[in-house]
Ligand binder design. Structure first.
Ligand code: HEC
Ligand code: HEC
Length: 458
């Protein structure tokens, strides 16, 4: 759980000013936005070329090699497309994989950018903001079930609904037949293929080395990075700056309390995650095959994909249930599907969910027992998941979550449990400003370039 006392407001704003990794956070953001902007902004050094180690060169070849799959048609890059910040190139909630590329996956594909500074999973991880209580945090995948990028790579290579190799030895055999088999031997020694277990481990270390070393995985080349490096507003527009304040205002967006944007670990620039796990009650995605079984729930840290925090019995109150990793919001405007199950299909819809999950739950969760109206009231919003208005009945709030675990739901603004029908924390203007700010987190920004999310010039 994270604290969100309003007295921390000024700390949050100050920490924003410290975002470049330097700590001379003398001026709060608001007063620094325009006045000193005269000095010409320089783009942070993003184009510096690094020479990849031999292992990373192998990893680079592997990452794009479709022959390393049961279908022969799927590489890491098929799901983690560099043109989409190493996230999914399409609008599918989950991807199709397996030997015939006809098996639906279980979770939405995350971006692989900015994973290099992820701490190992801990039940009580210190929060990078320096004042929140420690809690579950760190690790890879949406439930933190692996601690290194190398371990992680084994999951898709062997998953029958993803790359669908039958074993590590199966992958190694394909590697031996690859055009870069010699490079593998150069990287890992003349006996590199002698023991298939060792060779499989090295293959996953190669994938890890590529992701750690290649700057395309952590370019820090967004408009926000330019702003953070200059500490004077860069060329952030007024709407982008308003959005930044919504993002960090503990009484309005409060996004920063989990998507922490202060200086990151190891002096890195803001990572837009505090690596924490939270239960926010994302609606069930009934299009995922596993969810056809009404008794199946993807409960994040407490399983079933992760196995070391499972409830001991069906009635045990387990505080890890329903928790998913807070993902980075860097490059969020390049995505088409959102949250661990991809049920939300636009950035605006994601923010609307935060804003009205409690005040208008009927927009997000199904109604049981009510009568559908022939025509919705004119005031019934169309941005939710549920497009039909009901009279009577019960809204199944948190429908992807056994009721036993309801107390695990985080209670911070904007998801603070405010009453149905009451005023949501953000206005429409706040929401469009927030989207503009999130648009500044897309890498590859060139000074003067328009914000991809829409009308953000004013
Ligand atoms: C069929 C699509 C698909 C393919 C192919 C694929 N992945 Fe993934 N990847 C996913 C999904 C889905 C997740 C989220 C898994 C979860 O949360 O349990 C993921 C998660 C990850 C993560 C964790 C990111 C995080 O935020 O913690 C890494 C790292 C990763 N994949 C690397 C790879 C590598 C390396 C390959 C190639 C060996 C690969 N992936 C191939 C779909 C894919
Ligand atoms: C209580 C902590 C918390 C707060 C506050 C919070 N988030 Fe999140 N956010 C999360 C978690 C946890 C997830 C992943 C949930 C899941 O997948 O089930 C998430 C996921 C997201 C995603 C989807 C990311 C992706 O890659 O699919 C977006 C977009 C997002 N948050 C935006 C925001 C914005 C904007 C705000 C402020 C209005 C905000 N969040 C406030 C914890 C939080």
């Amino acid at each position: 759980m994270r604290l969100s006392l309003s007295s921390f407001s000024s700390i949050l704003l100050l920490s924003l000013a410290a975002c470049g990794g330097s700590h001379d956070a003398a001026a709060p953001v608001a007063s620094g936005s325009d006045s000193a902007a005269a000095s010409s902004p320089s783009v942070p050094s993003i184009t510096k070329t690094v020479t990849l180690s031999l292992a990373a060169q192998v990893g680079q070849k592997m990452f794009f090699d479709k022959s390393l799959s049961g279908s022969g048609k799927m590489a890491c890059a098929t799901c983690h497309d560099p043109a989409f910040a190493y996230g999914p190139p399409n609008n599918l909630a989950v991807q199709l994989g397996g030997p015939k590329l006809d098996q639906m996956g279980n979770r939405a594909v995350p971006s692989l950018r900015y994973k290099d500074i992820t701490p190992p999973y801990a039940d009580l991880l210190d929060n990078p903001d320096g004042f929140s209580a420690p809690g579950p945090g760190g690790g890879f995948t949406a439930d933190g079930r692996v601690n290194t990028l190398a371990e992680q790579a084994k999951i898709p290579l062997l998953d029958p609904v993803e790359m669908a190799n039958t074993s590590g030895a199966d992958v190694v055999k394909k590697l031996q037949a690859a055009a870069y088999a010699d490079l593998f031997v150069q990287a890992f020694g003349k006996d590199a293929f002698a023991d298939s277990n060792a060779a499989f481990d090295n293959a996953t270390k190669a994938l890890q080395a590529f992701q750690m070393e290649d700057t395309s995985f952590h370019p820090y080349s967004s408009k926000f990075d330019l702003y953070a490096a200059n500490k004077i507003g860069g060329d952030m527009t007024a709407s982008e700056m308003r959005g930044l304040h919504i993002f960090s205002d503990p009484n309005v967006g409060n996004c920063s309390s989990c998507h922490y944007q202060g200086a990151g670990l190891n002096g890195s620039s803001a990572l837009f995650t505090d690596f924490s796990y939270e239960a926010i009650g994302v609606p069930r995605n009934t299009s995922i095959p596993l969810n056809q079984d009404p008794a199946y729930f993807d409960e994040g840290v407490c399983g079933p994909l992760r196995t070391d925090h499972k409830p001991k019995s069906a009635t045990e109150a387990n505080t890890f249930c329903g928790m998913f990793k807070t993902p980075t919001l860097r490059n969020i405007a390049t995505r088409n599907v959102f949250f661990h199950n991809g049920v939300i299909t636009s950035l605006e819809q994601a923010i609307r969910f935060y804003n009205t999950r409690d005040t208008m739950p009927e927009l997000w969760y199904p109604n049981v027992g009510g009568t559908p109206l022939k025509t919705n009231d004119a005031s019934f919003p169309t941005y939710g998941l549920i497009k039909t208005q009901y009279k009577g009945g019960t809204v199944q709030k948190y429908n992807d979550f056994p009721a036993l675990y309801a107390s695990n739901i985080d209670t911070q603004v904007p998801l603070d449990g405010r009453a149905v029908g009451s005023k949501p924390p953000m206005t429409d203007q706040n929401i469009s400003d927030l989207i503009c700010f999130l648009g500044t987190l897309t890498d590859g920004y060139k000074p003067g370039q328009a914000n991809s999310t829409g009308k953000c010039a004013e």
